[in-house]
Design a protein around this ligand. Structure first.
Ligand SMILES: [Zn+2]
Length: 325
């Protein structure tokens, strides 16, 4: 350790900047909970479907219009294959029903078709040009975002919509359960680019309640390849096991793990040489924040994570680098 950075005076203390006050962004736009029911059918019949495409679409259409017989196996298969969140078997172990929106909350009439994506795009271009004829030309010249948003891949957590930001304002990286994994070259490359090249001023780790990834990490079931990813969430649970095990209600326990997971990922962001180098050698401030998004309300909550304070007691100095060039 450097002489001016003993184990009790981590670099985080020296250059830590306070977290922002609870978000002052626009009131979050309420998300319409939608289930995508035609993810691949137009592009081609998925190999796993052995029935002809036309039959698939017809049955799907019948189902959407209420004509399908109750309990249709096909419909059930499609529904399960196209909804986010855990499998039905997992939902049966989720009495609180918080893994995903219930069928009653799904707005089928708002479902966007594949073709409508292009129609929507052309309309959006027209509207954007009507407001500002140079909008896209200016965007093409480059980007200077102030924010890096690390969030969950969940379709119900659109970073730009919930923060009221426009194209060019926020660099976004998303993965299942907003994890910061040191060997994830994807995220680490984004982080380096954001901090060293774009020189963002704020890094935001944003989790969300009702996170299917977090719930899946808690249910004890084997989910396949993704288990290796979810194991990182189990590690967070282990770090806080006494607190979490003491929460009897499964939904409340899940919500708390969502928060603790965000805190841990903030910690990991701060412990990278990328961020610490910026704190040591850059005059500008670099803030790191932990947020949780409440899907059921549309609101963001700032967890006020303090990387150098009590949040990570026991880690002081342990992750500091004293010889960053
Ligand atoms: Zn999630």
């Amino acid at each position: 350790m450097a002489t001016n950075m003993g184990m009790n005076t981590p670099i985080w203390n020296a250059r830590r900047t306070p977290s922002l006050a609870p978000s002052s962004t626009n009131p979050a736009v309420a998300n319409v909970l939608m289930v995508r029911a035609r993810p691949t059918a137009v592009a081609g019949t998925p190999r796993s479907f052995t029935i002809p495409l036309i039959d698939t679409l017809k049955a799907l259409n019948d189902s959407l219009t209420g004509m399908a017989p109750a309990g249709s196996l096909l419909w059930d298969k499609l529904r399960r294959s196209t909804t986010s969140g855990p499998r039905t078997s997992d939902l049966e172990n989720d009495p609180a029903g918080s893994c995903r929106p219930s069928a009653d909350l799904v707005d089928w009439s708002a479902m966007t078709t594949y073709e409508e994506l292009f129609e929507n795009n052309r309309r959006w271009v027209g509207e954007s040009l009507a407001r500002d004829p140079e909008h896209f030309v200016r965007l093409a010249e480059g980007q200077t975002p102030k924010f890096l948003f690390i969030g969950c891949s969940d379709s119900r957590v659109p970073a730009d919509q919930i923060t009221g930001t426009s194209a060019g304002e926020m660099l976004v990286h998303r993965n299942i359960a907003n994890l910061v994994i040191y060997t994830d070259m994807n995220l680490m490359s984004v982080l380096q680019f954001a901090v060293e090249e774009l020189k963002v001023e704020h890094i935001i780790v944003c989790g969300h309640y009702s996170c299917g990834g977090v719930r899946a990490a808690m249910d004890g079931h084997h989910h396949g390849l993704i288990d290796k990813w979810l194991r990182n969430i189990k590690d967070v649970y282990r770090l806080h096991r006494s607190e979490l095990d003491a929460i009897a209600d499964a939904d409340q326990r899940s919500r708390r793990l969502v928060e603790l997971n965000v805190e841990e990922q903030v910690f990991k962001v701060c412990s990278t040489s990328i961020v610490q180098r910026a704190w040591q050698h850059e005059e500008r401030a670099l803030h790191v924040h932990g947020w949780v998004y409440e899907i059921a309300e549309g609101l963001i909550r700032d967890l006020q994570v303090d990387p150098a304070g009590t949040t990570f007691e026991g880690a002081a100095g342990l992750y500091d680098y004293d010889d960053l060039g």
